[in-house]
Design a protein around this ligand. Structure first.
Ligand code: DMJ
Length: 655
């Protein structure tokens, strides 16, 4: 169709509007030199061509996949602040843009001001944005749904972590209702003989503390024989384990000056901003637990601040496919791994299963559910797993979320996981019914498959290896007497007396393991085979490192039964510690409890101050000091108040 055929439709006698404007410009050179009709036609042809070109350009923009990026590239090119910084990342898609930039920098063709170069630059950007969008879409499509979910979780976690760090840094943690904290301060026992014994235990604490202060202040632990500091790799470069572990013992023993100097050290020196690989479990039970406990007892804000700060540092340990945390974590890089000796690169039940109490409190104290989310996910993973004969193996692979080896123990590698199930239920003011069920189901299976009686009537808890029993019980396992007794009151129908009795029997067996040694302190492990009962037969099981588990069980048994034999047995332990472990520079562990001469290991463990001396002190105190209905002891004997039903609990989002 001839162009002229269309022209009348667009003709404007006044030459106004778009046609007039353009005509005035484009056809200006021919103005007045020919007939008006011809000039007008020329104008309209030009107008048509030009508008077709503009339409094409816009069409190209709007039909490309990422029109918003394109628009910002083309329309807002003059504003560099609007260009996304990610465009600058190296990679195949970045090359075109780099070339354009390079030209601009060199002032070559394509430098600002040159319209052809600007168009080329824009095209390069468009191409690059387009390629990147494709690449991202492809990567996302290649991911498994779980991976995508994990990415989202990690993003969310990062945001929560940043918010928390700001809150800690700017001292904006939410207000906490500290009342009523029952029995944090007590009266002197009425009975003079008991008072005297309690005073003696306080004197032991002074001896341990003063020597630590004199020879190892600020270090993790004391070497009481060589009189220096002792560093444990469990805490990486974090220092001051004894100070943090001792805080609440100092508080309840009313050693006020010592508590104040410990608090000042925490305020000025306790530092987590370092390149350190730590044991997540040990740092949690000693440092996080110690700080939370000190906060609740004293109300001093510095302890809460440090506890939350450390809690945030531990969060990257949970970055595993199953959410079961690594055993070891570099708190600077956030890189985690498991103990090289752990079966199949597994995480350990007693380690990842002993975070629950502290992390629930961290959520409460920070107002952020992230900590509780983490431990509730551990709970969910464990609850959903198939359990061999109802038992929980000690090794779990954090990548597959499956058990790695069928080795079950209520001692080392398993112990405090069971303890934390029971205590999670009690600490929740008996609302966490899942924990209660898991606890009672677990101990039922333990009783069926692991608990045995020796020929002479000593009840013991053996170790289970793929169905075969090893008739050995560890010192660590002795805590279970107290655990059975503590849970007895709420046991399923008709089992209360049974569990109290079981606690008493374990206490008796562990007392026997002490009584059958020269030092009257128990070995690391004792056996019920080869004609022996409650005696260590291997040289490498004969040591005693000031552990608390036996006196811990005496404490619960005393509180729950008031049978005087528990105070008697506790006092025997005090005398043995004084006779065999006390040295001028503090208290030392022994290499062989059967040997008639002390051979010291030269370490005053921080748990001696946190646990052993605290439990002994409580045995010789009235029951109104830290009543068991109001306080939960974490596995390092740090105090966590029961979170009453009235308290608004932090919402937990399960994974
Ligand atoms: C302490 O750190 C804790 O009691 C832990 O649960 C087990 N080991 C030591 C004491 O023996």
């Amino acid at each position: 169709m001839p162009a002229g055929g269309l022209l009348p439709l667009f003709s404007s006698p006044a030459g106004s509007g778009l046609g007039g404007g353009l005509g005035g410009g484009l056809g200006g050179g021919r103005k007045g030199s020919g007939p008006a009709a011809f000039r007008l036609t020329e104008k309209f042809v030009l107008l048509l061509v030009f508008s077709a070109f503009i339409t094409l350009c816009f069409g190209a923009i709007f039909f490309l996949p990422d029109s918003s990026k394109l628009l910002s590239g083309v329309l807002f090119h003059s504003s560099p602040a609007l260009q996304p910084p990610a465009d600058r990342k190296p990679g195949p898609g970045a090359r075109a843009e780099d070339a354009a930039d390079g030209r601009a920098r060199r002032g070559e063709e394509g430098a600002p001001g040159d319209p052809a170069a600007a168009v080329e630059d824009n095209l390069a950007r468009i191409r690059e944005n387009h390629e990147r969008a494709l690449r991202e879409a492809k990567e996302t499509l290649q991911k498994l749904p779980e991976e995508i979910q994990r990415d989202i979780l990690m993003e969310k976690e990062k945001v929560a972590q940043d918010q928390l760090s700001n809150r800690v840094g700017f001292k904006m943690l939410p207000p906490v209702d500290l009342a009523p904290l029952v029995g944090a301060i007590d009266r002197e026992p009425a009975d003079a003989a008991i008072r005297e014994k309690r005073e003696k235990i306080k004197e032991m604490m002074k001896h341990a503390w003063n020597n630590y202060k004199r020879y190892a202040w600020g270090k993790n632990e004391l070497k009481p024989v060589s009189k220096g500091g002792h560093s444990s790799s469990l805490f990486g470069n974090i220092q001051g384990a004894t100070i943090v572990d001792a805080l609440d013992t100092l508080f309840i023993m009313k050693m006020k000056d010592e508590f104040e100097e410990a608090k000042a050290w925490v305020d000025e020196n306790l530092n987590f901003n370092m390149n350190a690989e730590v044991s997540v479990f040990e740092v949690n039970i000693r440092f996080v637990g110690g700080l939370i406990s000190a906060y609740y007892l004293s109300g001093e804000e510095i302890f809460r601040k440090k506890a939350v700060e450390l809690g945030v540092k531990l969060l990257p340990a949970f970055h595993t496919p199953s959410g079961i945390p690594w055993a070891l974590l570099n708190i600077k890089s956030g890189i985690g791994r498991n103990w090289p000796w752990a079966s199949g690169g597994s995480s350990i039940l007693a380690e990842f299963g002993t975070l629950h109490l502290e992390f629930i409190h961290l959520s409460y104290l920070s107002g952020n559910p992230i900590f509780a989310d983490k431990v509730m996910n551990i709970r969910t993973v464990l609850n959903n797993l198939e359990k061999p004969q109802g038992l929980y193996p000690n090794y779990l692979n954090p990548n597959s979320g499956q058990w790695a080896q069928y080795h079950v123990s209520v001692g080392g590698l398993g112990d405090s996981f069971y303890e934390y199930l029971l205590k999670a239920w009690l600490m929740s003011d008996k609302t966490d019914l899942q924990a209660k069920k898991m606890y009672f189901d677990a101990i039922k299976a333990i009783e069926t498959h692991l608990i045995r009686k020796s020929r002479n009537g000593l009840t013991y808890i053996a170790e289970w290896k793929g169905g075969l029993l090893e008739h050995k019980m560890g010192h660590l396992t002795c805590f279970a007497g107290g655990m059975f007794a503590l849970g007895a009151d709420n046991a399923p129908e008709g089992l209360t007396q049974h569990y109290l009795q079981l606690g008493a029997e374990i206490a008796r067996t562990c007392h026997e393991s002490y009584n059958r040694t020269f030092a009257k302190l128990g070995p690391e492990a004792f056996r019920f085979d080869g004609g022996v009962e409650a005696i260590a037969t291997r040289q490498n099981e004969k040591y005693y490192i000031l552990r608390p588990e036996v006196v811990e069980t005496y404490m619960y048994m005393w509180r729950l039964t008031h049978d005087p034999k528990y105070r008697k047995w506790a006092w025997e332990a005090v005398e043995a510690l004084e006779k065999h472990c006390r040295v001028k520079g503090g208290y030392s562990g022994l290499r062989d409890v059967y040997f008639h001469k002390e051979s010291y290991d030269d370490v005053q463990q921080s748990f001696f101050l946190a646990e052993t001396l605290k439990y002994l002190y409580l045995i010789f105190s009235d029951d109104d000091l830290l009543p068991l209905e109001h306080w939960i002891f974490n596995t390092e004997a740090h105090l966590l108040p029961v979170l009453s039903r009235d308290i608004k609990k932090v919402e937990v989002n399960e994974k």
